[in-house]
Each structure stands twice: as C-alpha cells, then as structure tokens.
Design a protein around this ligand. Structure first.
Ligand code: NAG
Ligand code: NAG
Ligand code: NAG
Ligand code: NAG
Ligand code: CU
Length: 395
C-alpha cells in the first residue's frame, strides 16, 4: 500500500476546523483504489478514529467486532449458519394467525421490512433504519447461541466470480449456492427517475438454490415487487402477507458487481462524497447524485438476484441479505468515522422520494421495530459505539 506524503482534509468544514476535526487520509493511487488496498486502509483509519467515540456502556473491552465472511473460521461460519437456521425455527412474535405468511422469527424480519418499505428506502432513515434492523437480527443470532458477530460481504472480492465466492459456493460453510441455471433474459430495474431503468443481462442461475445451506429454505412472504426476466414489469402476490410457499431462488450476476459495486465504486463513494445527502444518494444510485444507476447498494442486491433477492421489499427473505447490508453499514461507518464531527446528521424525507409529500426525517424520529425490538430514536444509532443499543466496529 502506498502512503504518500500528501495528506488532505476531506471536507471544507474540516479544513475550517482543522485543529479539532481535520481528518487526514492518504492520497491513494488508482491501483490501490482498484485492488481494495485503499478501502482496507480507510477501514483501518476509521477504526482508529472511532476509539474516541466510545460512550455509555460501550468501551474498548466489550466492543463487538464485525468481520468479512471469509475471515471467519469454518467453525465460526457453521455456527453462524446454525444460528440463522435456529431463527427460522424460533417462534414468530407476531400474533398467531394474523399474517399467514409468517412461520418463524426469521420471517418476522422480512415482514417488518416489507411493512415499512416505503418509509425506509430513498428516505432520510435509509442508513440508520437498516443499521438498527441488522443489529436486532444480530441480537437474535446471539440468542440462538452464535458467539461471533454479524459478518459482512465485501463485494469487491467477488467481482470476477460469485459462484466461487465463499459466500455463495454451495459448500457447507457458505450461504448456499447459485440458483439452478435455466435459460432466461435479464431484468430491467426501475430507477427513481420515471421511465428510466437499469438493464442487466441474465445471471448464471435463475432457479432454486441447489446446494449447501438454505437449499431447502421455503420462502413464504411476498413477492411484492419482483422483476420479471425479460420484462419491464414486476410481479406481486395477490396478498404478499399470505402463505406463498416457494423455493429460495438466486441468479448470481457478476455484471451487477462489475458495474456498480467494485472496490473502485465503494472507495470513490467514501472518498468523494462530502455530505450525507450526496453520500446516501450516490450509494442508492439516485439522480441527481448519480446518473441512473444501482449504486453500490443496488449493485450488491442484484448480484444476488432471484426471489426474493431482487425484490426490494422482500429481499431479507434471502439470508445473504444481512451480509450485504452489513457491508452497506460498514461503508457508512467508514465514511462517518473519517470526519466524525461533520457526519452525524441525516437528510431526506420520511416517505420514499417524498411520495406522498411529507416532513423530512429528523434525528428525534423513531425507528419502529416491533415486534422484534423496541423502537429507538435515529440519534441513538448514529454512533455504532454509543452504547445501548449499539456497540460494534468493523475490521
Ligand atoms: C406496519 O407498519 C406501520 C408503520 O409504518 C405500523 O403502524 C403498523 O403497526 C405495522 N403493522 C404491524 C402489524 O406491525
Ligand atoms: C407489462 O405491463 C403492461 C401494462 O400493464 C402490459 O401491457 C404488458 O403486456 C406487460 N408485459 C409483460 C411482458 O408482462
Ligand atoms: C464502477 O467501477 C468500475 C471500475 O471498477 C467502472 O468501470 C464503473 O464505471 C464504475 N461505476 C460507476 C457507477 O461509477
Ligand atoms: C425538506 O428538506 C428539503 C431540503 O433541505 C427542503 O427543500 C424541504 O423544504 C424540506 N421539506 C419540509 C417539509 O420541511
Ligand atoms: Cu431495505
């Protein structure tokens, strides 16, 4: 890794308050940006900077460390998978019989995500809502005996092959394989710009996950907004909360990673975006922040593809969702901790793309998480080492 002599401050505000909050990051070469060396370096800088933010009950001795899937030992990966399966057997907290598509605690998460879809995507709460959501999931895994922490999926490592990725290779230490291949066309993904789609070629699967853990997982909630191969339309169940049993399908798609979620895409997002408005807009491929695109967030979702992976509402029904969103949260965490003083605010409407028109999200607003967890104010999940409810970092 090349650390040049030149150091620069990330934001104009940081320059103005240089003595207190100027964050120095090295100038990286294009080679370091493309290889992932720069992203690893930025993670290390964030980890060093975050030490000063410990608060409440969180400290250097009890902080939880989240790491990349393939850096877990095989035994840890198996323990994680067993805990996910445990949540899929644990009872739902939703009143029995009210939502027929719910069969387990795991389904409660998918249900909560579907129910709130229009208030948590392309809103001011997008990053903090998903941060809290996956941390509640991590708590349930701990309750199921998992002794590690929520792992993340580093997209940049898999741009050349998803079928060989330790996350998706179908081994008993993966989250299961690709879907079975059948000949199909690609999908057209709607963007926030009316009438504009991002067009992706077909992936390498399309059918049911055929090997490894979750091969026999039965998905019951949704679909809500599932792209149809070869069509500009999406499909939706007559009642997405009814019991709609079907196999878990994937359509692993490296094109989606190569275009939207490379090391370069992730690293440049962190280095170049200076405000939460532009950071989250670019991450979600939202015009005008990024020309119609998927952003690193959509790039990862559609690299998994299939049902429910490519359905923006039902996607937590695929267990790989949580590793993908841990990476989204890690990228946000790195970005925040490169200039902490200036990166604790939020920006955006309470409703998706402000439709219907409503107020803007504030730090005082609550993130509802019933029946899985108690609601928390957004301001209490801005700092991942702020103590209850959060106490974790990424390496
Ligand atoms: C669905 O979400 C809304 C808030 O968006 C909440 O008021 C409602 O209680 C939720 N429904 C259930 C059954 O949890
Ligand atoms: C998509 O929807 C339009 C309008 O509802 C309809 O005319 C068209 O036949 C649909 N196309 C496909 C491939 O389902
Ligand atoms: C993402 O990065 C790749 C190179 O790694 C580049 O070709 C592509 O244009 C980038 N995409 C965006 C949306 O910036
Ligand atoms: C929400 O924030 C935007 C951008 O700052 C602003 O233009 C808009 O007036 C705000 N909306 C409300 C309802 O306050
Ligand atoms: Cu989501």
């Amino acid at each position: 890794m090349v650390l040049l002599k030149t150091y620069l401050c990330l934001t104009a505000a940081a320059v103005a308050y240089a003595s207190s909050s100027c964050t120095s990051v090295p100038t990286y070469s294009q080679k370091d940006i493309d290889s992932g060396a720069a992203l690893a370096s930025l993670n290390a800088i964030a980890l060093k900077n975050v030490q000063k933010n410990y608060a409440g009950s969180c400290n250097a001795r009890n902080v939880k460390v989240r790491q990349e899937w393939r850096t877990l030992s095989k035994a840890q990966r198996k323990q994680f998978i067993a805990a996910v399966k445990c949540t899929q057997k644990a009872p739902s907290a939703v009143a029995p019989g009210t939502i027929p598509g719910i069969h387990s605690q795991y389904d409660d998460f998918t249900y909560v995500h579907i129910n709130q879809t229009n208030k948590i995507h392309l809103t001011g709460s997008f990053l903090t809502w998903h941060r809290y959501f996956i941390s509640v999931y991590e708590q349930k895994l701990h309750a199921c005996g998992y002794t590690g922490n929520l792992p993340y999926w580093e997209w940049g490592l898999d741009v050349n092959s998803l079928r060989d990725s330790p996350v998706f290779d179908g081994s008993d230490t993966s989250l299961g394989s690709d879907g079975a291949y059948f000949k199909h066309e690609g999908i057209h993904i709607p963007t926030p710009q009316p009438g504009v789609t991002v067009d992706l070629g077909p992936g390498t699967g399309g059918g049911c996950v055929f090997k490894g853990p979750f091969k026999d997982l039965v998905v019951t909630l949704g679909p809500v907004n599932l792209p149809i191969y070869g069509s500009y339309n999406a499909t939706s169940a007559a009642n997405p909360f009814a019991d709609n049993p079907r196999c878990l399908k994937r359509d692993l798609n490296v094109e989606s990673l190569q275009r939207f979620s490379t090391f370069r895409n992730t690293t440049e997002l962190i280095l170049y975006q200076k405000t939460i408005e532009w950071f989250q807009g670019t991450m979600q491929g939202e015009p005008p922040y990024l020309a119609p695109s998927l952003g690193v967030h959509g790039g990862g979702h559609n690299a998994i593809g299939g049902d429910p992976g490519s359905d923006p509402s039902t996607s937590p029904g695929d267990p790989s969702f949580y590793l993908h969103h841990a990476q989204v949260d890690r990228v946000y965490w790195i970005w925040q901790n490169l200039d902490w003083t200036n990166r604790q605010s939020i920006f955006g409407p309470v409703n998706l793309l402000n439709y219907p028109p409503g107020p803007n999200t504030t730090l005082e607003d609550y993130i509802p998480m019933e029946p899985l967890g108690k609601p928390v104010q957004i301001k209490s999940v801005i700092n991942t080492v702020g103590g209850a409810p959060l106490c974790y970092v990424y390496i």
